[in-house]
Structures are given as structure tokens and as C-alpha cells.
Design a protein around this ligand. Structure first.
Ligand SMILES: NC(=O)C1=CN([C@@H]2O[C@H](COP(=O)(O)OP(=O)(O)OC[C@H]3O[C@@H](n4cnc5c(N)ncnc54)[C@H](O)[C@@H]3O)[C@@H](O)[C@H]2O)C=CC1
Ligand SMILES: CC(C)CC(=O)C(=O)O
Length: 728
């Protein structure tokens, strides 16, 4: 979606906390494919200083033309300490609320389990607190007339007035909200003293007939102030007038741990403004110490209330929770080890971007995710058959084959298992090349199924050469199948499939069985031309999908072998799957949603063109390697894969702290080394949905991390090398 957001930062800490929300909204835009346009407007003391008006006409126009308003705070000691000042920053805020018709202020009060100890109240009293205060915002004593001083200055007066209409529109909102929640509504007033409060009660009573399922109660404000602290869990929705709502919610912030974390939405009939409930906290201004969560959570409210972007809002909340869990909080919450305002914003926006640089799962493009979030359809419906038919065709394009490629609902390992149980019998000799975790797995699997497996061990980081394969085949002329891995994920090492397949065909009648799980979509591959018999890939690799599907291409030879095979196979029977595939069907209930996503992902690959996809992987892999080497890191593999680059950790660098900084400060997840190489190497993926900027990002993040742990290197050298690799 496209949205115009008016940004009114205001005074004191307003600009610094608002900057964090913008950062977070930009991250949401990037991750979910939305365009948020931010336009600044003057308000408060800043506006008085520039244009002598705390809410200038230009700001009002900007607000009216925007889809939502993000507000910081107003107020400045210069005015606070001068009671005689005629123009005051706060007048801007009040006028703005009034002229924009923002008559309800919604303030959710919810504790975060991660920071319960930040509250001075007992854990059992506050754990699970979750209520909402609906504060009337454009009436009551804030706006009542007359207000002022007597002529002789001996008397000052304010007026509190409410019309039935004003009360009713806040109550309607609160009743409706309660209906959707726990169905409990508390009206807070001072009806034992104030006439306006008695009118609130009267209107609430009358209205309650229309909301029979909502349990309505009344509480005097003095008692409410105590109950909030004594037993805050009793509340579901509170509705109250302007002044009481302001005071009670500052008090309620003690339950949650800090005034700095409470957000709000000020809404009317057409416009909505999102603002933390705190003020301009001038003592903290410019010091990078204010908590930005009130503002960030207000941005979360904007996403859900104004834009109905619920998934995006949930993502912001998850980022906030992650920051609290990681202790990335300001001094008001974490006095012993605080981080700065901007660090909290960085952490949350990095969390949202959550850049995966792992060789599976790999990043899923937004348009694929969106496709998968459409309503589910039945797998026998013509719409699904059409999708499956297209997927079958696209898979042929992907594998470069005219033969069937079947779709299994399982991981890549399940796909390899399907080939074994479908093509072989007990006692059949299977050669398995073991040059890493996955080769090891195929050897184990063959041993289990046929009881006759030959392991060809290859040093990690190296690939099997044709002459070596020739010797193995000569030693085992009775082999029925040879399993080898195109791109070994654990070592980032590629095997020359074309050459190995040629040797096997020349010197043996064994079936050529390729684990293409991390190779398909990254490495050049021609199933038919290269004489491969079965090749398996998984959805969460080069296909830019979540895990859950195995795709298996099957040659004519392989199909013939199935006629003689006697190993038991049911769910993973390739024979059954091929038969169903011929009718554009699957033998068992397929993962409908994943296949719908796969259809979209394969369309993306087709539009780019498979040759271009291979070339892109080559470009990215080369740039990634160059960048790492420029930082003084050594590459692990002598036959590098185009899917993943494994790198030796520089000496003296400890993996756990290195990875923690990469992940927590930069939002980058890379893969650890496995087995003997755990803590010694790490692996950077460029498999699937990556581009040039991603390589600059990951190498830039490596630089940041090395700098933070004081590892010597020339700042900028890695990023420059990546840039040169692309530009030369
Ligand atoms: N919506 C608005 O723009 C509001 C503006 N104001 C104005 O703000 C100025 C200061 O007023 P105060 O009464 O001091 O209220 P305040 O809300 O600015 O600060 C009160 C106390 O709350 C804590 N606090 C507030 N925001 C925080 C944050 N983000 N992180 C960590 N701690 C935080 C601090 O301990 C601070 O001393 C005044 O000029 C006042 O008129 C006050 C309330 C609301
Ligand atoms: C400066 C005041 C208008 C503050 C206030 O009442 C509020 O933010 O709710």
C-alpha cells in the first residue's frame, strides 16, 4: 500500500523518539512492500519559534491531506517557567485535537512479560494486565469556557462542560470495544461531586440497553486511582473524561514499567493521530536516553487502526518484545545496562528486516507470502488443478527437462528418501559420495534401506573429481545407483555434476542420483542433457519458499528401475506420484498453500529467466567471496558453491559473540559451521531471493561486527570490494 504520513515531532524528546518510529515504519515498508511517505509539519514550541503559532495552518492542511499523523510531544521549559506566556506549545496540541476532531484517545495498558521487574509493583499483581482506556479528548475542563482570571487577578477559573453528544460518542466507542474484548466496561467519574460526571452516568445507563452483553460498572476516580494499583487485572475497558483519562494513564504506566512505553491513538470520524502518552521530557532532550517504545508502539497502532495492516503491526510488536527480551532497552527499564534511544530503534528495525543469510530457509519474497495468505482452496477444485498444472510445467523449465517433476509434501530429505525406496531393492549396491553433512545422510539412508552402501569419503571443502569417481565405479561394477550432492550446504562446495554424470554413464549402468537441494536455481543444471536419472530439490532453497515441498525430477531409466524395485514405499512412492502427476494430481493431500506460493515463485524465476538467475547467483557469490577476502577472511572451500559461501572466522574471533552482534545489532542471521567446523567457520547464503544490495548489506554488517569486537581491519575495505566486484 501507499500511505502519506504527517510527522509532527514537536519538542524535547519528540524528534528523537519519532525518528525511531519512522525507522521502524520504513523497515515495515521494506519488508512488506509498502510505500510510506513522511512529510514533516511544525507544532509546539518549535512552531512558535519559527512562525509564532503552535499549530500553524500549514500543519493543519498537512494533517488533513495525510492518511495518518505521527505525533511526538510538545512542551518546553521556556514556556513552563513563564506562566505569563500568552502563546504556549500545549495550546497547539489542544487546538489540533479540537480542529481535527480527534475526540477519542485510545490508550492500551498492557504489561510485557519480559520487563515485569521494571515495575515497582508485585509480579503477581501485574502479570497479564491488559486493558484499554478510552479517554475523551476534546471536551471537559481542557476546553470548557469560561476559563481565565478575574480582572483583579485574585481568582482563576476553569470550566468543565460535557454535552450528551460528546459523552455518547466516546461511550459508543468504548461499548463497541468492550463487545470485542472481555465485555467489561468501567465508567470512571466523580458523580458524587460533579454534574458532568452524573451526565456521563446517565448516558452510559441509557446506552447500556443496546449493549446487553457488556457488563457495565461505575467507579469514582479516586477509587479508580487506587484500584489501578491494587488490582489492575480487574479492568477490561475503561472510559472516562479528558482530565481523568490523562492522569489515570500516567499512573497506569507504573504497572507497565515506564511512562516511556505507553502508546496511544487519537481518533475521530476521519483522521487519526498516533502519539506516545508521555510529554516532551525536556531533561532528556538530545541525550539519546528517552525510551522510544511509546512512539514505536503508537506506530504499531497506526498500522492496525489506520491501515488495517495486522501482520505488519504484529511484526512491530514482536520486534518490541524481542528488544525487551534481549535487554535492548533504555535506562527507565534497564538502569544497569541501558542502550540509547536510537539503538532501540535500530534493534527493532533490524529485527523487522530480519535478514536471513542462511542457505535454507532463505528469504521469501513478499508477493509469494501474500499469495500464500489468500483464502485456502480445495485441492480438487479446478482453480487448484490449474495451479498444479502450471507448477508441473514450470518445474520442467526449472530442471531443464521434458520428463515429469513430482511434488512431494516433505523436506528435501524426504524427496531423496522417495527416490531410494522407489528405485531400489534390498541388497542393491548404492555408492554415496560423502563430502559433508548431506553426503553423510545419503550414505546412512542407503545403508538402512538396501543394506549395501559404499561410502566415498571426500575431504570437507573439496569435491569429488571425475577420475576418482571412475576408480570407484571400476571397483564396484555392480553398483545400481550413485548418490552425490551438487552443492553441499555444510561445506559450501560444488560438484561438477555434468562431468560426474558423464563418467557414471560411461563406466556403469548405475542410476545418476543428484541431490540438487541447494543447487537448483543457483547452479546451471540440465537434467535431460546431462543424463541425470533423479534430481531432488527443496522449496526453502533456491525456490524462495518456506520449507515443506520436495521436487523430484525422474528420468525414463529411473521409471524403469521402479518396475523392478521391491523396497516398501507408500507415502513416498515415486511411482504413485508420477502416475498422479500425469493426471495433474497428487496421490495424497498436497500442501495446497505451499504449492500456490511455489507457483508464484516459479513465475518470478521464469520472468527473470533461468539463465539470468544462474548468472545472478554467480555474480553475488563472487562479490560475497571478494568482500570477505578483503576483510582478511579466508574462504573454506576450494570448489565454491554459488549458493553459500563458507568463511573461516578470523583467528581470535569467538563465534558466539560475533554471531550475537551480527544477529542482535544488525539483524543478520548467517549459518554456523557444522560438526568439527562449529565455531571455526560460518556460512553466508546468497541462494534465492538476493540481490547486489544484500551482498553490500551482509559485508557491511560483517565490518560493523568486526569493528565492535575490535578486530583489526581496514574499515570500508569489504564493502568497497563488493562494490568493485559489481561495478567492474
Ligand atoms: N502529549 C504531550 O505532548 C504532552 C506534553 N507535556 C509537556 O511535556 C513537558 C514535560 O512535562 P512532564 O510533566 O515532565 O511530563 P513528561 O511525560 O514529559 O515526563 C514525566 C517523566 O516521565 C518519564 N518519561 C517521560 N517520557 C519518557 C520516555 N520517553 N522515556 C523515559 N522516561 C520518560 C521521565 O521520568 C519524566 O521525568 C511539559 O512542557 C508538558 O506540558 C506533558 C504531557 C503530555
Ligand atoms: C500538554 C497537554 C495538552 C498534555 C495532555 O493532556 C495530553 O497529552 O494528553
Amino acid at each position: 500500500m501507499n500511505a502519506n504520513i504527517a510527522v509532527l515531532e514537536g519538542d524535547g524528546i519528540g524528534p528523537e523518539v519519532t525518528a525511531q518510529s519512522i525507522k521502524v515504519l520504513q523497515a515495515i515498508g521494506k519488508r512488506f512492500g509498502h510505500q510510506f511517505m513522511f512529510v514533516n509539519g511544525l507544532v509546539g514550541a518549535a512552531a512558535i519559534r519559527q512562525v509564532s503559532d503552535p499549530f500553524p495552518e500549514a500543519t493543519e492542511t498537512l494533517c488533513r491531506r495525510s492518511d495518518a499523523i505521527l505525533f511526538g510531544a510538545v512542551g518546553d521549559p521556556e514556556f513552563d517557567s513563564n506562566p505569563k506566556a500568552k502563546i504556549r506549545p500545549e495550546q497547539g496540541l489542544l487546538r489540533m485535537r479540537q480542529v481535527l476532531g480527534l475526540y477519542n484517545n485510545i490508550r492500551p495498558i498492557m504489561t510485557f512479560s519480559e520487563i515485569l521487574e521494571a515495575s515497582p509493583l508485585k509480579r503477581e499483581r501485574i502479570e497479564g494486565v491488559d486493558f484499554i482506556v478510552v479517554r475523551e479528548l476534546t471536551g471537559g475542563i481542557y476546553f470548557g469556557k469560561p476559563q481565565g482570571r478575574s480582572e483583579n487577578g485574585e481568582l482563576a477559573f476553569d470550566s468543565c462542560a460535557y454535552s450528551k453528544y460528546e459523552i455518547a460518542r466516546s461511550l459508543i466507542y468504548a461499548f463497541t470495544l468492550a463487545q470485542k474484548r472481555q465485555k467489561r466496561l468501567t465508567v470512571v467519574d466523580k458523580a458524587n461531586v460533579l454534574a458532568t460526571s452524573r451526565l456521563w452516568r446517565e448516558v452510559a445507563h441509557d446506552m447500556s440497553k443496546n449493549y446487553a452483553e457488556v457488563e457495565l460498572s461505575f467507579l469514582f476516580v479516586d477509587n479508580a486511582a487506587m484500584q489501578l494499583i491494587l488490582n489492575p487485572k480487574q479492568f477490561d475497558v475503561i472510559v472516562t473524561e479528558n482530565m481523568f483519562g490523562d492522569i489515570l494513564t500516567d499512573e497506569a504506566s507504573v504497572i507497565t514499567g515506564s511512562l516511556g512505553i505507553l502508546p496511544s491513538a487519537s481518533i475521530g470520524d476521519s483522521l487519526a493521530l498516533y502519539e506516545p502518552i508521555h510529554g516532551s521530557y525536556p531533561q532528556a532532550s538530545g541525550k539519546n536516553i528517552a525510551n522510544p517504545l511509546g512512539s514505536i508502539l503508537s506506530a504499531e497502532m497506526m498500522l492496525s487502526y489506520s491501515f488495517n495492516l495486522m501482520k505488519e503491526a504484529a511484526c512491530v510488536r514482536a520486534g518490541v518484545q524481542a528488544s525487551l527480551k534481549a535487554g535492548k532497552t533504555t535506562a527507565d527499564i534497564n538502569a544497569s545496562k541501558p542502550v540509547g534511544t536510537s539503538e532501540v530503534g535500530d534493534f527493532i528495525s533490524n529485527y523487522i528486516l530480519n535478514s536471513l543469510f542462511t542457505p535454507g530457509p532463505t528469504p521469501v519474497p513478499e508477493r509469494v507470502t501474500l499469495k500464500m495468505s489468500e483464502p485456502i482452496i480445495h485441492h480438487r477444485n479446478p482453480e487448484f488443478v490449474e495451479i498444479l498444472t502450471r507448477v508441473h510445467q514450470s518445474l520442467k523449465y526449472l530442471f531443464r527437462t521434458n520428463r515429469p517433476v513430482v511434488v512431494f509434501t516433505c523436506s528435501g530429505t524426504g524427496g531423496v528418501e522417495a527416490t531410494m525406496v522407489s528405485m531400489f531393492s534390498y541388497g542393491d549396491k548404492i555408492i554415496a559420495v560423502n563430502g559433508g553433512k548431506f553426503g553423510e545422510r545419503w550414505f546412512d539412508m542407503a545403508k538402512k534401506y538396501t543394506g549395501n552402501a559404499v561410502e566415498v569419503k571426500v575431504e570437507w571443502g573439496k569435491s569429488i573429481q571425475p577420475e576418482e569417481m571412475k576408480k570407484v565405479l571400476e571397483a564396484h561394477p555392480d553398483a545400481k545407483g550413485v548418490y552425490f550432492t551438487h552443492s553441499e550446504t555444510s561445506t559450501g562446495t560444488a560438484t561438477d555434476v555434468k562431468a560426474i554424470s558423464e563418467i557414471i554413464q560411461k563406466h556403469s549402468s548405475a542410476l545418476v542420483c543428484v541431490d540438487g537441494i541447494t543447487a537448483i536455481g543457483a547452479h546451471e543444471f540440465h537434467f535431460d542433457e546431462w543424463g541425470v536419472d533423479v534430481c531432488v530439490t527443496g522449496s526453502q532453497k533456491g525456490l524462495m519458499m518456506p520449507p515443506g515441498l520436495a521436487l523430484v525430477a525422474v528420468s525414463e531409466q529411473a521409471e524403469k528401475a521402479m518396475e523392478k524395485a521391491t523396497l516398501p514405499a507408500y507415502y513416498l512412492s515415486l511411482k504413485k506420484a508420477i502416475k498422479a502427476q500425469a493426471k495433474e494430481d497428487t496421490p495424497f493431500t498436497p500442501a495446497v498453500t505451499l504449492i500456490i506460493g511455489l507457483d508464484e515463485a516459479l513465475q518470478m524465476i521464469k520472468v527473470e529467466g533461468i539463465e539470468n538467475v544462474w548468472k545472478r547467483h554467480q555474480r553475488l557469490a563472487h562479490a560475497c567471496r571478494t568482500g570477505c577476502e578483503a576483510l582478511g577472511m579466508k574462504l573454506f572451500s576450494n570448489s565454491p558453491s554459488l549458493a553459500v559461501t563458507p568463511v573461516w572466522l578470523p583467528s581470535g574471533v569467538e563465534w558466539k559473540s560475533f554471531n550475537k552482534i551480527l544477529k542482535q545489532d544488525m539483524g543478520i542471521t548467517v549459518a554456523a559451521g557444522q560438526d568439527d567446523f562449529l565455531g571455526k567457520i560460518f556460512r553466508i547464503s546468497h541462494l534465492g531471493f538476493y540481490d547486489e544490495l544484500d551482498m553490500l548489506t551482509v559485508v557491511g554488517a560483517l565490518e560493523f561486527t568486526l569493528k565492535k569486537i575490535n578486530h583489526p581491519f581496514t574499515v570500508g575495505s569489504g564493502v568497497a570490494a563488493v562494490q568493485k566486484a559489481f561495478l567492474n
